[in-house]
Design a protein around this ligand. Structure first.
Ligand code: ADP
Ligand code: MG
Ligand code: MG
Length: 251
């Protein structure tokens, strides 16, 4: 699904190398987690994959189902099936959630050469998805994220993900403010959307999230590289011993 090879990334504005040779293969149907100390480059990896400005790829490649994504525009990446949770503006006063989601879905459909969804069709689909994810349809009428609680924002992100039907979902849970309930929401959403044809890359600083989303593979990132890959037990090792041992091993 996603294949990253020897990816080197620096800041555009500064001569600062952040990713120093990341290798990562995520197979369809799998959930991979990336953990690692603060500042190791986890968010940078997700930003570069999503096409955010400010980063320069100096070496290496990233392909989604065989297609080079690094050369694509942001909308092309979405059309190709990439979804980065939390990539959307936090609050959009004056724009109803439903309108916003329909615009996003139709932009993606257009880029894929599909016909736009009519308002009626969209309403039907979103109601079904909201129901299956146990999301209150009331939320759909409110302006995007305005006055949403932390939990509601998470629900909304999961709904965005469900509506866009991505192939490769990247979730960067940098948010240390995630309480246990919000974390469970994210996990339930991911678990509900787990599918043979879909893969997840869950980036988290905290082991707790992985109690609820059982990853198939866990990677540890430090200093711009993946320094260790293992099964779910690796997350427990981090929980119990922190990163110090792993970092020492690397040197
Ligand atoms: P993580 O998500 O693992 O905490 P980040 O990807 O956020 O790590 O950051 C990796 C390193 O790159 C940090 O040292 C951070 O300060 C630096 N960095 C990332 N983006 C920028 C930026 N736009 N400007 C300056 N430094 C940045
Ligand atoms: Mg950080
Ligand atoms: Mg981060």
């Amino acid at each position: 699904m996603l294949e990253i090879k020897n990816l080197h990334v620096k800041l555009e504005e500064e001569d600062k190398q952040i990713l120093k040779g990341v290798d990562l293969t995520v197979e369809a149907g799998k959930v991979h987690a990336i953990m690692g100390p603060n500042g190791s480059g986890k968010s940078t990896l997700s930003y570069v994959l999503s096409g955010r400005d400010g980063y320069e790829v100096t070496e290496g490649s990233a392909t989604l189902m065989g297609e080079d994504i690094l050369d694509m525009e942001v909308e092309e990446r979405a059309a190709a099936g990439l979804f980065l949770a939390f990539q959307y503006p936090v609050e959009i006063p004056g724009v109803g959630n439903m309108t916003f989601l329909r615009t996003a879905v139709n932009a993606q459909r257009k880029a894929r050469g599909q016909e736009e969804m009519s308002a009626a069709e969209f309403l039907k689909v979103i109601r079904e998805k909201a129901k299956s994810l146990k999301i209150d349809a009331e939320m759909l009428k409110r302006p995007v994220n305005v006055g949403f609680s932390g939990g509601e924002k998470k629900r909304n992100e999961i709904l965005q993900m469900a509506m866009l039907e991505p192939k490769m979902c990247i979730l960067d849970e940098t948010d240390s403010g995630l309480d246990v309930d919000a974390m469970k929401l994210v996990a339930d959403g991911v678990n509900a959307l787990r599918d043979e044809g879909r893969a997840f890359l869950v980036i988290t600083h905290y082991q707790r999230l992985l109690d609820h989303i059982k990853p198939d593979v866990v990677h540890i990132m430090a200093n711009g590289r993946i320094i260790k890959t293992g099964g779910p037990e690796l997350a427990l090792e981090v929980e119990n011993h922190g990163y110090a041992d792993l970092l020492a091993e690397e040197v």
